[in-house]
Write a protein that binds this ligand. Structure first.
Ligand SMILES: [Zn+2]
Ligand SMILES: [Zn+2]
Length: 371
């Protein structure tokens, strides 16, 4: 393993904020002599699979993560001027269970917690913490914010809560990003970490690949915020250092804190998510007990559907056609797919929820099993 690994990186899937192309990241990591690299987009995991494949192609170890948004109160609270002040937090999947938990958290962030951003809260963070490594994130992290506000006790409380939940997998994150406030924050963060016996870890919150890409990133931010480069009051990062730095640059900057560098490698070694491709993963549909197989239940629904539309004695043409289509669905392994689609459409129809365009050829031939 190389001597430093980037654990906080934004790709193009941090929409209009990340200027790193997925495919360029593992290539650059390799060029710089690193053998692992993480993806931690803002609130989403859209890039995880592409990133995983791109890394494998280059012989680089992919670390799948996310920089989630944490609601200041519950994820259900959505009050102006209070609940739009969310915090950042880095989560990295250690294993496939961690990946599932992270996916769950990100989904709940959208389903329950969406308010300006997809937000999780401490309740579900604790519930789905298994298999995850947690880093305290950038200046927008909760610990950072408390420290910057001079609320040291509150910062300690927040850090201890995370330590209690994530145990040895909680790290205080210090960054080498050229932002003035960060220099001050780093000192406070290290002091807090030493006091509470929490390990520290160095990151660079990379939003673009090389220093010279900082300009492109600024343009991207202008598009996001609807501003022009000539606007004085636009949102911008006062730095051109949010790039994928070399292990040497990171090590030199944090030379007084070698543990922060060493811990990046330890974390990378702990992260071992493996994706399997090539087979369909469907949720299981529980068929009623009296049916021996999923196919039996599916066949019963089809038979009922045909009777509903064509009466007790459908013509031979209809029966032949139905038999042929049912056999194709069975042969192609789509029985469960149809049961799942039937399940949610059936639920909608029996709960007064309008159903949109019907799916596939079943419905075109007017003996849809959905009814
Ligand atoms: Zn952040
Ligand atoms: Zn970040």
């Amino acid at each position: 393993m190389s001597k430093f690994v980037h654990l906080h990186i934004h790709s193009e899937f941090s929409l209009l904020d990340g200027a790193n192309r997925i495919k360029d990241l593992p290539v650059r990591a390799k060029e710089l002599g690193m053998d692992a690299i993480a993806i931690t987009d803002h609130g989403v995991m859209y890039g995880a699979i592409d990133f995983y494949k791109a890394c494998k192609k280059e012989g680089i170890k992919p670390i799948i993560g996310c920089e989630v948004y944490v609601a200041p109160r519950s994820r259900f609270d959505k009050e102006p001027n209070i609940d739009n002040k969310y915090y950042h937090l880095i989560l990295l999947a250690k294993n496939n269970e961690g990946y599932k938990n992270l996916s769950k958290l990100v989904s709940l962030g959208f389903v329950d917690g969406y308010y300006y951003k997809p937000r999780i809260d401490l309740e579900i963070l604790e519930k789905y913490s298994e298999g995850l490594i947690c880093l305290s994130a950038c200046l927008a992290g909760a610990v950072n914010q408390a420290l910057l506000n001079g609320e040291n006790e509150k910062a300690e409380e927040i850090a201890l809560w995370h330590k209690n939940v994530f145990k040895d997998d909680y790290y205080i994150e210090i960054q080498n990003n050229g932002i003035q406030e960060q220099v001050l924050a780093n000192q406070k963060l290290i002091r807090l970490a030493r006091k509470l016996d929490i390990p520290i870890v160095a990151t660079n919150d990379a939003h673009y690949l090389k220093r010279e890409d900082a300009y492109n990133h600024e343009v991207l931010l202008c598009i996001q915020t609807g501003k022009r480069m000539s606007d004085i009051d636009r949102m911008k990062f006062d730095t051109d250092e949010l790039y994928v730095k070399s292990p040497e640059e990171m090590t030199e900057y944090f030379s007084a804190f070698p543990d922060a560098i060493e811990n990046t490698v330890k974390i990378a070694e702990k992260c071992n998510v493996e994706f399997e491709f090539g087979h369909t993963i469907l949720p299981n549909y529980d068929v009623p007990e009296e049916y021996a197989t999923h196919y039996d239940f599916f066949k019963k629904l089809c038979d009922d559907g045909i009777k509903n539309r064509y009466g007790e004695n459908p013509s031979k043409e209809i029966l032949d056609r139905a038999e042929y289509e049912i056999s194709v669905i069975k042969k192609m392994g789509y029985v469960d797919y149809f049961l799942i689609v039937w399940d949610f459409i059936h639920y909608a129809k029996t709960h007064n929820i309008p159903v949109g365009p019907r799916t596939w050829f079943w419905c075109r031939f007017n003996y849809c099993i959905c009814n």
